[in-house]
Every structure is written in structure tokens, then in C-alpha cells.
Write a protein that binds this ligand. Sequence first.
Ligand SMILES: [Zn+2]
Length: 269
Amino acid sequence: MKVIDTHIHYGTDPNIAAHTCCPNLITARPDSVIDFLDSQNASHGVLFPHDRVMSPPWDADYDKANTQVGEAASIYPDRIAGLARINPTFGAEHTRNLIDKYVAEWGCRGLKLVAGYDFYRPNDLSVVGPMLDKCREHDLTVLFHSGDASRDLPYLQAQAAKAYPDVRFVLAHIGMHSFLWEAIIACQEYPNITADMSQAFPFDIKTFVANVGAERLTYGSDAPYQSTAIEQLKLREIGLTDSELEMVFRTNAQRIWRFEADETPRKAG
Ligand SMILES: [Zn+2]
């Protein structure tokens, strides 16, 4: 079975890429994304910029980094879903304009948000409302970095999901260990929240599946920071059934990230 990797950072300088876990994922080289997907038996990937503005901070609204993602998604639309890294503190009008532009120009499929780096609260609807309105309008999925900073806690993010029940939200890293149970409770309370398991401990992944269900989890590598082989092995080592593995590695991502579903094989006769 081909997998779908739902957590990939794009835009690594070639000199730095050699020192990461995924050296074949290089800035301004869309073909390197395809090599990266093939190297881990992935049919599709969800691609977005790195979480932080690069230093010196010339790309504070992430527009250059997003445009590079858009270039890769435009060249390989059958394999890559591109997301925009958005900092909503630039104001409602700037945020709306950026999202409209990305949707029109390269078919942006969702937003990657890291409230801790951009200094806002995910439950502050005066800040996040304008971009979540756009997600509703364009059928975009929201991926929150989740778990390891006071502004990135799952239950703050759940308040955005509560206010926008028709928008899909994903909590990356299942709350990053310390906030595993906050992520589990957020998913239990709000059906429009799912999680990706990148960087999560095997026991935490197993606990999430037991208490929320395999249909609410996707595989993500967090490349180039983590090893694709190890992130995949975590899922194969915790006793999931074949049908649970198929959901986590593939079919849930098709639903959450709007990849076309596989054709059902027709029975002979
Ligand atoms: Zn990440």
C-alpha cells in the first residue's frame, strides 16, 4: 500500500539539507519533493513551509516561502497538496488577500498555523476569525502545530474548531506527549478535529487510537526534522489491524486533505 505523508516542511537550504534526516528535500527544487515521496513509498504529500521565519526575517508574512510551496504544488498537482503558512496578526485584509491569492494561483489546500511563533491565541476569534471564514469559503483544512507552547495547546485550538464546526482541523503531533490527553479530549468533543502522529511516541499513538479511533489519525513524517522510516515504523509496531493501518496511512488523509479516493476494485462477474 502506498502511504500519504500529511506533514512535510519544504524550503530547506541545500547546505543545511545535508544535515537533516531527509537530505533529499531541497528549497526551490520541486522535483526533490517527488524524490522524497518516492523514497518512502508515498503517493501523495501535504507540503508547507518551515514553522519559523528564516533569519534574517525578510519573509515575515511567509509569502515567499508559501510561493515556493505553491510552485511545487502547481508542477505536481497530482502528488502534492500545498498549504500556506499564515500569520494572521498582519490583519484581516492582508490575511484574506493572501489566502485568496494562494487559492487562485496554486490551489492552496489549507493553512499551517503556529500561534506560539506568531504571538496570538487560537481561541481569539477577533484574530483567527477572518482566516477561518476563508477556510470555510474555500473548503480549506487547518493544521495547527500542537502541544509544546502555551499558545499552541490543543484545548485553545479546540475553541476555534467549536466556533467553526464545518471547517476541518488537524492537531499536529497529537499534543506532543505532554498534552496528549488534551488532544484526545479535544477530538472526543469536536468531530471536526483529527490529529497527525508525527513526532508522537508509540504508546501515545496507541492511546489515541484506543480512545478516539483510527479514523481520526493520519501518518505524518515531519520531514526533514524526523526520519520517515522511524515515523512509519511507529505505526507498524503498535498492533494496529490492517484496516486501521489503511485508514491512518491513506484513506483518512484522502478525506481530510481532499485527495481523490482510490477506485474500489470491481468484483469479477
Ligand atoms: Zn512540523
